[in-house]
Design a protein around this ligand. Structure first.
Ligand code: ATP
Length: 354
């Protein structure tokens, strides 16, 4: 288990003190795939680097498997760190060494015998599906393959935890998917706890069990991925889940007009037929104001922002239709603004079905 208690990290910069992480309390359970999401500069990387003390916190504790890393003497800290692997956006492989030599590197440092290291490298490369690339150099591999090498290297010391700092941000969608699938598989097979730092909600949706949302160095929301996806409570979560809503809000000076509704698709429905069927059934026209849905095999995933008709009866018919089909929706916009429900909770009808 990872327990961060009142964790803060302040940097001294020429323009003064910069509070990159402020008073974070967070618990990651054993065997979880845990996401930390936020926009650029939110403090995600600093926070994750505090977990293995690549950054030493200015204040607070980092308790891993019951021991506060901050309080450990250097030798014990080195031992504890071996149980925390890390992968990075730019892979950080040694370019002059082969794939096998990269994976072997931590084993050499740990003084593992040659024959044992050979066997372990072969096993790890097989685990990440790269046995036939053992003699290749990183530059001869695709980005996705290089990240697999980095994962194999991170696994070499048999860690309990793998920290992933924007591990798929430099990859195309296909490679992203395959690296995330691999991490999920390793989590299931080896029971390794995975902490994923990302600015992409898609990454969180694909592999995480729970997610913490960060803004300005603080955690503003923590919850099961499904809950945060369907009912984002913080401004940051709402903008990450439904970017179109944020863009529209900005364009309109911070407030959305009444009658705008955010529909969440979680794979049960296909987005376009829902909207056309809704129009036909309710006899109304709805405007799609924005969407970040993806159709995968005829099923939609993501969020769609629609404008309900001005006529209250027609708008009620649309809400009744969505309720009747069990489609999750919430009134869009910042609930703290005039016209919102002021609570950040799901609207009276929508969204409470699940
Ligand atoms: N070594 C450092 N010295 C000074 N300031 C730093 C240092 N590292 C990070 N910061 C600052 O701390 C804040 C948080 O940075 P951090 O990289 O943790 O955010 P992030 O959410 O990971 O963003 P990104 O996704 O852009 O990396 C930023 O304002 C950043 O400029």
């Amino acid at each position: 288990m990872i327990e961060l208690r009142n964790l803060s990290k302040t940097f001294s910069t020429p323009s003064g003190e910069l509070h990159a992480v402020s008073g974070v309390d967070l618990t990651v359970e054993d065997g979880e795939v845990f996401g930390i999401i936020g926009f650029s500069g939110a403090g995600k990387s600093t926070l994750v680097r505090c977990i293995n003390l690549l950054e030493r916190p200015t204040e607070g504790s980092v308790i891993v498997n019951g021991r506060d890393l901050v309080a450990l003497p250097p030798r014990q800290l080195r031992e504890a760190r071996k149980k925390i692997g890390m992968i990075f956006q730019q892979f950080n492989l040694l370019q002059q060494r082969t794939v096998a030599a990269n994976v072997r590197y931590p084993l050499d440092i740990a003084g593992v015998s040659r024959s044992e290291a050979d066997a372990r490298v072969a096993e790890l490369l097989e685990l990440v599906g790269l046995s036939e690339k053992a003699r290749s150099y990183p530059a001869q591999l695709s980005g996705g393959q290089q990240q697999r090498v980095a994962i194999a290297r991170a696994l070499a010391s048999d860690p309990d935890i793998i920290l992933c700092d924007e591990a798929t941000s430099a990859l195309d969608p296909e490679a992203t998917r395959s690296v995330l699938d691999l991490l999920k598989e390793l989590n299931a097979r080896l029971g390794v706890t995975v902490v994923v730092i990302t600015h992409e909600m898609k990454v969180v949706e694909l592999i995480c069990d729970r997610v913490a949302v960060m803004a300005q160095g603080r955690v503003c929301e923590v919850g099961a991925v499904q809950d945060v996806f369907l009912h984002p409570k913080s401004e940051t979560a709402r903008r990450l889940v439904s970017p179109a809503e944020g863009h529209l809000e900005d364009a309109l000076g911070g407030e959305l007009p009444p009658g705008m509704v955010r529909i969440a698709f979680t794979g049960e429905e296909s987005g376009d037929p829902v909207i056309s069927d809704l129009s036909l059934t309710c006899g109304v026209r709805v405007s799609i104001m924005g969407a970040n849905t993806q159709d995968i095999g005829g099923r939609a995933f993501g969020q769609m922002l629609i404008q309900l008709p001005e006529d209250p009866d027609a708008a009620d018919r649309v809400r009744a239709y969505l309720d009747g089909r069990g489609i999750h929706y919430e009134e869009a916009g910042d609930p703290r603004m005039p016209g919102g429900d002021g609570t950040g909770t799901p609207s009276a009808k929508g969204g409470e079905r699940q």
